[in-house]
Design a protein around this ligand. Structure first.
Ligand code: CU
Ligand code: ZN
Length: 192
């Protein structure tokens, strides 16, 4: 008899717990709001095998989009394709583990100023004679938060120029540098 009581009590408790978690996931689906509110992200880029590029990129939320600020050195003079790639995975010595360009909306490859472009299309780094490059622009497509946010994705610097036309990746050549986008210190949002 006592055993039976205990048994029914457990069943009731189980039903209660299951009911609660169902309600919780329903709520999460219903608001469909981003669960994060980051205002700043950062990536440090390391050279792939046989290359020398080092540098970093910060992504800062602004009214018109996300400000991209990059500093690199150790590159050859000229233009080098610069993208956010699908995976924050730099384990392959040639950077191929980062996958293709980050493209959550199924668009074509393009330039950062085109409307139909991959979210990850940040154009080219213009490298000067001393091997250094800086970039500073506000990107209207990049998202830090929500299901299509870039945190956890990869950054790739290429050996050649992105032509903005060749599909699916602008024919920018080998991957000379790789990094992972992380949450930066100095986030200003509430609760950070
Ligand atoms: Cu790329
Ligand atoms: Zn692309």
């Amino acid at each position: 008899m006592t055993l039976l009581k205990k048994f029914s009590a457990s069943i009731l408790l189980l039903l209660f717990v299951v009911g609660c978690s169902q309600q919780q996931s329903k709520n999460q689906q219903m608001d469909n709001e981003p669960s994060t509110n980051y205002s700043k992200a950062v990536a440090v880029v390391h050279p792939t095998e046989g290359n020398e590029v080092t540098g970093s990129v910060t992504f800062t939320k602004e009214d018109e989009g996300v400000r991209v600020q990059a500093n690199f050195e150790g590159l050859s003079q000229g233009r080098h394709g610069f993208h956010i790639h699908q995976y924050g995975d730099c384990t392959a010595s040639d950077g191929t583990s980062a996958g293709g360009h980050y493209n959550p909306t199924g668009n074509k490859h393009g330039s950062p100023t085109q409307d139909n472009r991959h979210m990850g299309d940040m154009g080219n780094l213009a490298v000067s004679e001393d091997g250094s490059a800086t970039l500073d622009y506000v990107d209207p497509k990049i998202k830090l938060n929500g299901p299509n946010g870039i945190i956890g994705r990869g950054i790739i610097v290429h050996g050649g120029e992105d032509d903005f036309e060749s599909q699916p990746s602008g024919a920018a050549g080998p991957r000379v540098g790789c990094g992972v986008v992380g949450i930066a210190k100095g986030n200003t949002s509430a609760g950070m």
